[in-house]
Design a protein around this ligand. Structure first.
Ligand code: ADP
Ligand code: MG
Length: 240
């Protein structure tokens, strides 16, 4: 039996008296896309941060491809083939766009020569639509291009499990469909994806399953159509 690519059991993270994440359990089979939605402050980014090692869990278990990586450091999680974007973009400021992607390509899970990393960086920049901005400083990028750079850095790791934290935020309507096409293309290549979004329509279009968080807890999960028709989900959104 192949294990799920991601399995989270009873994951809890407290900040003082606040349970940002409370007893969350979810499984994502290899090659599938899980959408995570929920109102602001419902724990979506905290879930990504705990799973990718950027926050320690208060309790619970994180298994990646069957391997217990609970509380592991970000570097260890990345080396296990896990890529992520940050909701608040975090490029290396002193490097060009291309150099930022090169760093990820060089130090990813696969151990690459400089020449291979350069080729991969070129491919990834073209794929996210940043080929023309490769020589710029990250600070010069538009909001949308800064998000593309985040995505490029995550893709340069050639992840088998990829977490996307609101990568559509700040995109113009015309830019959303190409971004969704890219997510679908990655899924078709076998990448397991966890996509966190505020844009509910986008989630429904790309996800095999949807998980709804509310005040740190799982409100419901299941196929997109069923979840979106759930009165509790509608209430959780309208109630905020
Ligand atoms: P979402 O991504 O769904 O908008 P977050 O996971 O960012 O929500 O936040 C969930 C809750 O945890 C919020 O109430 C937020 O203020 C709180 N929180 C998140 N990160 C921290 C932190 N580092 N320190 C204190 N509180 C935090
Ligand atoms: Mg968030």
């Amino acid at each position: 039996m192949t294990p799920p690519m991601l399995e989270v059991r009873g994951l809890t993270r407290r900040f003082g008296g606040l349970a940002a994440l409370s007893e969350v359990s979810v499984r994502v089979p290899a090659g599938r896309t899980l959408g995570v939605i929920g109102p602001n402050g419902s724990g979506k980014s905290t879930l990504i941060n705990v799973v990718t090692g950027h926050l320690k869990p208060t309790s619970g278990t994180v298994l990646i491809n069957g391997r217990d990586l609970t509380g592991a450091r970000p570097w260890t999680v990345a080396k296990a083939g896990v890529g992520r974007t940050f909701q608040v973009v975090k490029p290396f400021r002193g490097m060009s766009v291309r150099e930022n992607v090169m760093v990820a390509a060089t130090y990813g899970a696969h151990g690459r020569t400089a020449a291979d990393a350069a080729g991969l960086a070129t491919d990834v920049l073209a794929r996210v639509g940043l080929a023309g901005q490769a020589g710029r400083a990250p600070a010069e990028l538009s909001v949308a291009d800064a998000r593309r750079l985040e995505l490029a850095r995550a893709l340069a790791l050639e992840p088998r499990l990829l977490f996307l934290d609101e990568v559509l935020a700040g995109l113009r309507p015309a830019e959303i469909d190409p971004a969704l096409d890219l997510i679908r293309a990655l899924a078709a290549e076998g990448v397991t994806i966890v996509v966190v979004e505020h844009v509910v329509r986008a989630i429904v279009e790309v996800s095999d399953e949807v998980l709804v968080l509310h005040e740190g807890k799982v409100l419901t999960s299941g196929p997109p159509d069923r979840v979106m028709a759930d009165p509790r989900v509608i209430e959780a959104y309208l109630g905020h």
